[in-house]
Design a binder for this molecule. Structure first.
Ligand code: E4P
Length: 232
């Protein structure tokens, strides 16, 4: 499963790119607005840092506007994916952008039927918002299961991008179902990295090592590695 970060915060993006586990980024107008920066500067910096797809959302309501915004956004970099909302106009825009060879992500999907239409329009990604469904009293993950089954039945190439993830259990559930991508806020990805038992276990190993006065053989090591080990 590919892991995308759901943020426009460059420092968070850099942290996870540095760990080597980030496959891409999703943004939306709310996330962009939070950064309080000039749009082009911010996007260009994100595009430079991210080694995979960067999802940028259109803000027009009509297909014509979405299509021209999509073309502008796609010019910013080869890894741009244009996000269009799941509306009648959004479907028209995705169909045209797909025809024009531009990668698209149909966003704000809340039902299996909407995902089916996104796939038929030729979207590269369909983004069901599971956290918001949970908030509204539905079982968000249920539609992921349905969408994956429908896409398998008809061999759609559209990837299911599980969005609006709120906690690490959502990620495990999405992975168990075989979702193609999960996009999550930095705090969720951070929680996936950490486990208290790992910290306790590591502390104990290091204490035992030090108390026994053990040392790694340093004879073959380069001066640079020796300096690093001394610093640790
Ligand atoms: C995905 O592309 C969206 O930006 C995102 O997942 C929305 O999540 P939210 O419901 O936490 O705002």
């Amino acid at each position: 499963m590919k892991i995308f970060l759901d943020t426009a915060n460059v420092s968070s993006i850099k942290t996870f790119v540095g760990m080597g586990i980030l496959d891409g980024v999703t943004t939306n107008p709310t996330l962009m607005a939070k950064e309080n920066r000039e749009f082009s500067d911010l996007v260009n910096e994100i595009l430079r840092v991210v080694p995979g797809p960067v999802n940028l959302e259109v803000v027009s309501q009509q297909a014509e506007g979405m299509i021209s915004e999509g073309h502008e956004l796609a010019l910013l970099g080869p890894n741009v994916v244009v996000k269009c909302p799941m509306t009648a106009e959004g479907l028209k825009a995705v169909k045209k952008l797909h025809k024009d060879g531009i990668k698209t992500n149909m966003t704000l999907i809340f039902s299996a039927n909407q995902a089916l239409l996104a796939a038929k329009a030729g979207a590269d990604y369909a983004s069901p918002f599971i956290g918001r469904l949970d908030d509204a009293g539905h079982e968000g993950m249920k539609i992921i299961e349905e969408i994956l089954q429908i896409f398998r039945n008809y061999e759609f190439d559209t990837q299911v991008l599980v969005a609006s993830i709120r906690h690490p259990v959502h990620v495990v559930e999405a992975a168990k179902l075989g979702a193609h991508v999960a996009t999550m806020p930095p705090d969720v990805l951070d929680k996936m990295v950490k486990h208290p038992l790992t910290d306790i276990g590591l502390r104990r190993f290091l204490d035992d090592w030090q108390n026994a006065g053990l040392k790694l053989p340093t004879g073959q090591l380069s001066p640079k590695t020796k300096t690093l080990m001394q610093r640790a």
